[in-house]
Design a protein around this ligand. Structure first.
Ligand code: NAP
Length: 355
């Protein structure tokens, strides 16, 4: 491998807040670097799952500044996977401990494509970003921050969905397989193919493990030089191709004819897609989405409400971004030492072979 054009950054102490699946992937990748690692958790029970990484695990109380400050003492970088008020408390403690850089729990689409309004599934996001902006402007001890935007996790489409990977553990409207685009067991899909301008809806996606690898690789860029936002991705695809890829990978596993679970609305024949995917696809036009969002909330059908909102988010470009500036920075510095897993390879490995 060619040497990095930058000198090797000094060894750091890195704190990861939260002990779920994303934290685990970050710890797994960072444990391959020389940096010291501490995981902050509310429950000491998760200690065993981090044992293999040889890192410290500290039990914290997010309502106690002294507990958080003690855990963060001596850290250079905080990687947060914790949202809402607990994260705001963590930001306050990190500022007090003069942490150099804070990475908030914003592991989603590009910042420029957020709606700007509070996301019901992501409470406190705007507040956290605003607190970080303020902290970065402090005249005495500015604390820098970086958002890592990764698009959608591939794991939405794995058997069992996000909950199997211990992500969105308390969000029962999104952590199951079928929460987005495709219901894998019944091979039914609900998609909006074109956005308000009639253009193909596309999303950027990354596997959770690769998010960990990207962040670990970025450490060698030196956190002092990190940008405000780093975008990464394993792939970018149209939602139509996501369904087609899913169908192609899973096709051989179908034992029964497709069940019509979803009533086709505005269904249009697409022989190519059906030939590849043999999937029952419900197409929803962009112009109908707002009406469906409103009617599902009125009928208190929260499952459908979140599904339609996600379709609208996807169509509005929430998880799509053009260039991946982290990949570019890593490549330019000869630090792109891994190949992110492709979506079809991820599906094949997670759904397993047909038996
Ligand atoms: N891009 C995508 O497709 C996608 C999808 C879902 C989530 N995400 C991102 O993944 C990150 C984690 O998502 P999530 O919050 O939904 O995952 P989560 O699993 O609900 O929470 C992550 C960790 O936060 C801690 N935590 C949970 N509730 C808490 C509370 N009330 N008080 C204090 N700590 C709490 C837990 O760690 P301990 O129990 O160890 O303390 C938990 O493991 C977020 O940044 C989110 O944006 C991205």
């Amino acid at each position: 491998m060619a040497p990095s054009s930058k000198s090797t950054p000094a060894m750091m102490r890195i704190a990861i807040a939260g002990g779920g699946g994303l934290a685990w992937a970050l710890a797994e990748a960072i444990s391959e670097t020389p940096h010291a690692l501490v995981v902050l958790t509310r429950s000491a029970e998760i200690r065993a799952s981090f044992d293999e990484f040889g890192c410290d695990v500290m039990e914290v109380d997010y309502n106690s500044q002294s507990s958080l400050r003690y855990a963060l003492r001596g850290a250079d970088l905080v990687l947060s996977t914790v949202k809402g008020q607990p994260q705001l408390n963590l930001i306050r403690a990190a500022k007090h401990e003069m942490i150099s850089r804070f990475v908030p729990a914003e592991w989603e689409g590009a910042l420029s494509h957020r709606s700007g309004t509070e996301d019901a599934r992501d409470p406190g996001s705007q507040d956290a970003l605003s607190a970080l902006r303020d902290a970065s402007r402090s005249s005495r001890h500015p604390m820098n921050y970086t958002v890592f935007s990764c698009g959608l996790f591939y794991e939405w489409f794995a058997p069992g969905g996000l909950s199997v990977y211990q992500v969105a553990s308390e969000d029962t409207y999104c952590n199951f397989q079928g929460a987005l685009f495709i219901e894998g067991e019944s091979m039914a899909a609900t998609i909006t193919e074109n956005n308000a301008e009639g253009r193909t809806v596309r999303v950027s996606m990354t596997s959770i493990s690769d998010v960990g690898r990207f962040v670990a690789a970025a450490l060698d860029l030196g956190i002092a030089s990190w940008e405000k936002e780093y975008k990464m991705r394993g792939t970018q695809m149209s939602v139509r191709d996501i369904v087609a890829t899913f169908g192609r990978v899973r096709n051989g596993m179908l034992q029964h004819p497709i069940n019509t679970l979803c009533i086709p609305l505005n269904h249009k024949a697409d022989t190519t897609l059906h030939k590849i995917a043999t999937t029952d696809i419900r197409y929803i036009r962009y112009q109908d989405l707002s009406r469906f969002v409103n009617s599902s909330i009125q009928s208190q059908d929260y499952g459908m409400y979140f599904l339609y909102r996600r379709l609208k988010n996807a169509a509005d470009g929430r998880w799509h971004f053009g260039s991946s500036n982290l990949t570019t920075a890593l490549t330019n510095n000869h630090l792109m030492t891994f190949e992110p897993i492709a979506f079809d390879a991820f599906l094949e490995s997670s759904w397993g072979p047909y038996s």
